[in-house]
Design a protein around this ligand. Structure first.
Ligand code: BGC
Ligand code: NOJ
Length: 814
């Protein structure tokens, strides 16, 4: 069953009934001001950091789930009837309800008793504000007197404190009110030099800024007293819960359409210019007024929307494909890059599932997210790489996360995740291959943000790699530390206290438990380091890295191969994890995907055996499970992984992030059918017809789909912010379609399904546009290239000597 449809020409998903199984959301903003918005206009906004600069509130653990947002109420002045064109929060029965989620904008609205109302929500480029453009049309044949009420609830900035510290918070809320503009200035009197505003383009009949006055006692957002009564009470918030609501009266003639614009924004003043007049407590508004005036003007708002559309059009044009499969096309051309933009910006910090108060930007997450983003805005990828590297510790180790506002690492959920350092190498290698900007390696970058400790980025990469070599265990495999990619495989934790954090508790000295996954990762990064060193003209260093990778591969072959698949780890007692010897958790997906992806066993059958085991033991119609059999009980020596009921999350869930590793591995073995089959199993668009089971949005990847052991097998959870976005994009574009940036040029190496006659693609790369036609002429994966009419040996198109040109590529696959 479907809840809407894809409108690929408009690059939108159109939701046609509001009661989707979960809130189906979209992201507004792609630079510094962000909001998330559900199909019923729920959600919240923030400036840079969802924890420290929250503009509007999110009510955690609410019922219904998605309540509180950017609500508009319409009231029929003749009948007193009122409704919300976004369905929530009044939940009246609407006609022609539609929510169009597009690239950085959402248009939500409906018809009710012949009044049509739709609101376009978006964040203009380079501005710290969101625009709501409400259009109301009277479809009746008589005049319609209406009242419009807007509403938002301000957060008192620090979202964590806002949700808990009521003894203080109920006394500090402050606002300033001018005709049509409500300023939220809690704590502006002391150490904050920022405030929020909510402005309206139409003359207002009234306003409210105190929640209780607007809603009325014992009422929720579904029937605010002010709306029911038809008049605001001009309340001024002193403490309690500051909100913003404008009341606008309109009289619409038959067929008349009226547009009202609301702006919700964030603004900072220089510390010395906070107040006007100086010495007063009144916000200095000289710099914000022109911004507000500009976007309350319809033509400016329309221009800003057009600019956003063309911005996305340009971003998406960098890689466009035309394959025989609609789900591939739609995800690659539209939604997967859109999701990758969100994960690049927010890592795992702010969605409906990541409440924005728990995590900053993860180190391992942000470095991997680059894989899906680097081609879109390389300059921002560069900046992110340097920011991340600046949080690196002098040991080469990493903080597990950092706060986007301060750009500082923090230990809130621990450090010593021994895989973390390697991902910097993965991210930088992707950047170098995409851009050829070798200068980044010479950038001086500090350690732990300490001035005076600067070293070239290249040295950071070297320390990242050395970190592992200095921490090898009894089998010469890397010690796992707190955990590796699988945060929940906590082999040194041994926690027996309820509620204790698995992420920060360590009861073992960590000298025994080893990770085969990190070993495979180190094989990959060792070979990347060798290639990077070779390109920098350092053959000795290159040889040393290649040698380290070989030694690591040897250790994997000696101690990390279980007979039919790669072992997962050794625990603190030196016992095997992920072995046929184990009662539960006999086979894990991570080392199978990653070892093969790193090139291990491609020639001698290990890779094929490992992947066959995955196929036999882990693959389901809904994707590949993380391990089997699921852990049926809590194991002290395994930690959080065994805390989850079987089939969920890391305990044998289909953890989508690592499925593309297997797709890439299959592609490396030349198995195009299997690679693409796996791709489709978790492809959200391909799962659209089973939306009532899948439940998450059909246009973005979720973190997890319940595994076979779960009673809800096939049900997805935690949409949007997941490493799945970047990795799937990378798998399908670079390994299945095989359009792969390399150090020396664009490589073309498709490993596509046998039944595909071929595909076409356009790829902009290092200043040149490549028009690629791949044609199947045989059943293998042998590629021969004709570039601009001439045949080229191998499958790398040499870099164009004259960038800016168009290059035609014909690839024959036989
Ligand atoms: C989740 C992991 C997550 C970790 C760190 C765990 O509870 O299952 O997926 O990475 O927390 O926040
Ligand atoms: C989600 C975390 O953000 C990511 O870093 C981790 O690799 C996966 N969970 C698996 O545990």
């Amino acid at each position: 069953m479907r809840y809407g449809y894809f409108d690929d020409d408009s690059r939108e998903y159109v939701i046609t009934r509001p009661d989707t199984p979960l809130p189906w959301i979209n992201y507004l903003g792609c630079q510094a001001y962000f909001g998330l918005i559900s199909n019923t206009a729920g959600g919240y906004s923030f400036y840079r950091d969802a924890r420290l600069r929250r503009v509007t509130r999110y009510r955690y653990n609410n019922v219904p789930f998605d309540m509180g947002g950017r609500y508009i109420y319409l009231r029929d002045e003749q009948s007193g009837d009122f409704w919300s064109p976004s369905w929530q929060p009044t939940c009246r029965e609407l006609e022609d309800y539609r929510c169009r989620h597009g690239m950085g904008y959402s248009i939500i609205g409906a018809r009710y008793r012949d009044i049509e109302a739709r609101t376009r929500y978006f964040v203009p480029l380079d501005e710290n504000l969101e625009i709501w453009q409400l259009s109301i049309t009277n479809l009746r044949s008589w005049p319609a007197p209406l009242s419009v009420f807007s509403s938002i609830e301000f957060c008192l900035w620090d979202a964590q404190d806002d949700a808990t510290n009521f003894q203080r918070n109920f006394s500090i809320g402050e606002v300033e009110i001018e005709p049509g503009i409500i300023y939220h200035k809690t704590e502006y009197r002391e150490r904050r030099n920022h405030f929020a505003y909510f402005a309206c383009s139409a003359p207002v009949a009234g306003f409210d800024t105190q929640r209780e006055a607007f809603l009325g006692p014992y009422r929720g957002w579904d029937r605010p007293l002010a709306v029911e009564r038809g008049s605001a009470s001009n309340s001024v918030a002193h403490g309690w819960a500051p909100i913003g609501s404008h009341h606008v009266k309109v009289l619409l003639e038959p067929r008349e359409t009226r547009q009202i614009i609301f702006l919700l924004g964030y603004h900072e003043n220089p510390v010395e210019q906070k107040f006007d007049p100086p010495g007063s407590q009144i916000i200095h508004k000289a710099s914000v007024r022109p911004v507000i005036a500009k976007y309350l003007n319809r033509s400016h708002a329309d221009l800003a929307f057009q600019a956003l559309r063309s911005y996305w059009c340009d971003l998406l044009s960098i890689c466009q494909v035309d394959t025989p499969d609609v789900h591939t096309n739609r995800m690659v051309n539209i939604w997967n890059p859109c999701q990758s933009m969100a994960t690049f910006n927010l890592s795992r910090s702010a969605s409906f599932y990541e409440s924005g108060i728990g995590r900053g930007l993860g180190y391992r997450d942000s470095t991997q997210d680059l894989l899906g983003f680097v081609h879109m805005v390389p300059a921002r990828a560069r900046e992110r790489i340097l920011d991340l590297a600046a949080t690196q510790l002098p040991t080469g180790g990493a903080y597990h996360q950092y706060q986007p506002l301060t750009r500082r690492g923090n230990n809130d959920i621990g450090g010593n995740f021994n895989d973390d350092p390697h991902w910097l190498i993965v991210g930088v290698a992707a950047y170098l291959k995409e851009t050829g900007d070798w200068s980044i390696l010479d950038e001086p970058v500090p350690y732990d943000n300490q001035p005076g400790t600067e070293q070239p980025l290249y040295e950071h990469l070297q320390r990242s790699f050395r970190y592992t070599l200095e921490r090898l265990g009894p089998h010469d495999l890397p010690l796992i530390g707190r955990a590796d990619w699988n945060d929940c495989l906590n082999l040194n934790c041994f926690s027996d206290s309820p509620g204790q954090s698995f992420q920060t508790t360590t009861n073992k000295d960590g000298k025994v438990a080893e990770s085969v996954f990190i070993a495979a990762l180190a094989v990959l990064t060792g070979r990347e380091m060798a290639a990077i060193a070779a390109h920098r003209g350092k053959p000795k260093e290159a040889a040393a890295y290649a040698e380290e990778a070989t030694l690591m591969e040897r250790a994997i072959r000696a101690h990390g191969w279980d007979g039919q698949w790669f072992l997962r780890a050794y625990d603190d007692f030196g016992r095997k994890v992920g072995s046929a010897e184990c009662e539960e958790g006999r086979i894990f997906i991570e080392p199978q995907g990653f070892a093969v992806l790193a090139g291990i066993g491609l020639e001698d059958g290990l890779a094929a055996a490992a992947l066959d085991s995955v196929y036999q033991l882990l693959a389901t119609e809904h994707g590949i499970m993380l391990q089997q059999p699921a852990y049926s009980r809590y194991y002290l020596h395994l930690g959080e992984i065994s805390s989850y009921p079987p089939g969920y999350k890391e305990n044998a869930g289909i953890f989508c992030h690592n499925n593309p590793w297997v797709m890439i591995a299959e592609a490396r073995l030349g198995h195009g059918d299997r690679a693409h089959d796996y791709y489709l199993r978790i492809n959200p668009s391909a799962r659209e017809p089973i939306s009532e089971l899948h439940r998450c949005e059909p246009y973005v990847y979720p973190q997890m789909i319940a595994g076979r052991d779960a009673p809800t097998h096939g049900e997805a959870k935690n949409s949007w912010l997941t490493g799945t976005a970047a990795w799937n994009y990378y798998a399908i574009t670079q390994w299945i379609l095989g359009i792969r940036p390399s150090y020396d040029g664009l490589e073309i190496a498709p490993v596509i399904p046998a039944g595909w006659p071929g595909f076409r693609a356009t790829r902009k790369f290092r200043g040149t546009t490549y028009y690629i036609t791949a044609r199947r002429a045989g059943s293998g994966n042998q590629v021969s290239l004709i570039v601009d009419g001439g045949s080229v040996p191998g499958n790398i198109i040499p870099l164009a000597s004259n960038p800016g040109t168009h290059v035609t590529v014909e690839a024959t696959v036989s």
